[in-house]
Design a protein around this ligand. Structure first.
Ligand SMILES: NC(=O)C1=CN([C@@H]2O[C@H](COP(=O)(O)OP(=O)(O)OC[C@H]3O[C@@H](n4cnc5c(N)ncnc54)[C@H](O)[C@@H]3O)[C@@H](O)[C@H]2O)C=CC1
Ligand SMILES: O=C(O)[C@@H]1CCC=N1
Length: 261
């Protein structure tokens, strides 16, 4: 793994929880104090990027999109055909990577999300042009250690990034807003927080376990002339649905821009 910030550590900790042998993992991380922290926390070997790229069959690239070109320039000379590069960077295309590494190196683009930290991640993966089924299965196994995995055509990855990659942030934003509203209505912050979090978890499990459309579940809560109808009317007046559409379009567009720096 090259780059062990938020997402890198999330993946690393998931691999360790899933029973991968720590002595088969190598981490390249630029910040020395961060590298020492990971070494201490997981017992993983922290090495140079060149060392990691030379020794590993599979290299996960978990640096910011803006740092990807530098990392590829650094490791390109030791990469070889058949080796697998798994990029988790938003916006970076397989073309971008393939044009900077030797011909025949396999590239898989992944968009993960942070609930991977509790093994409830959602990752979408797409194959580059020198990638066979075995490489895809390997990348799938890597991400399956921290949650669900789906395969998508690469042209859908910017939309995926907007939905599930950034998605946890929108959910946390809604949770923050509901807790603040609860405090405004006079509830102690701890009570508001517990009510909101359990409502979120319960609603999420209901969606998964009943398989019902969210509209049906929303209608079940909405009594005629009742409290929910009054609240939903305000959300419509404040154009929350339109705001989500605009927000996700902005995220999709930003993902498209990121490979350009
Ligand atoms: N945080 C999130 O929710 C998600 C992040 N991603 C993607 O994951 C990637 C990493 O994101 P975060 O972990 O949030 O960022 P981060 O900034 O927390 O981590 C990046 C790490 O890479 C290290 N780094 C930078 N240049 C390096 C180099 N040349 N050699 C070795 N290490 C280097 C940095 O020191 C840092 O620890 C990004 O490309 C992002 O688009 C994808 C989905 C979700
Ligand atoms: O905000 C970002 O750019 C990254 C990609 C998806 C989630 N976090």
């Amino acid at each position: 793994m090259i780059g062990a910030g938020v997402m890198g550590e999330t993946l690393l900790s998931g691999l360790v929880r899933a029973g991968r042998r720590v002595d088969q993992l190598l981490v390249g991380e630029k910040r020395e104090e961060r590298a020492a922290e990971l070494q201490e926390r997981y017992g993983v070997a922290v090495v140079s990027n060149l060392d990691a790229a030379t020794k590993a069959d599979t290299v996960a690239l978990v640096v910011k999109p803006q740092d990807m070109a530098d990392v590829l320039a650094e490791i390109s000379s030791v990469l070889r055909p058949g080796q697998l590069l798994v990029s988790l960077a938003a916006g970076i295309t397989t073309d971008f990577i393939e044009s900077r590494v030797p011909h025949g190196v396999a590239v898989v683009r992944v968009m993960p999300n942070t609930p991977a930290l509790v093994d409830q991640g959602m990752s979408a993966i797409s194959a580059g042009s020198h990638c066979d089924e075995e490489h895809l299965v390997e990348a799938e196994a890597l991400m399956a250690s921290v949650g669900k995995v789906v395969r998508v055509p690469e042209k859908q990855q910017d939309a995926v990034t907007a939905i599930s990659g950034s998605g946890p942030a929108y959910v946390f934003f809604v949770v923050e807003s509901m807790i603040e509203a609860g405090v405004h209505l006079g509830l102690p912050r701890s009570t508001a927080s517990e009510l909101v979090i359990q409502t979120l978890v319960g609603s999420a499990l209901m969606l998964r376990e009943t398989g019902e459309h969210p509209t049906v579940l929303r209608e079940q809560v909405t009594s005629p002339g009742g409290t929910t109808a009054a609240a939903l009317r305000e959300l419509e007046i404040h154009r929350v649905r339109a705001a989500f559409l605009a927000a996700l379009e902005a995220a999709r567009d930003r993902s498209r821009e990121l490979a350009g720096g």
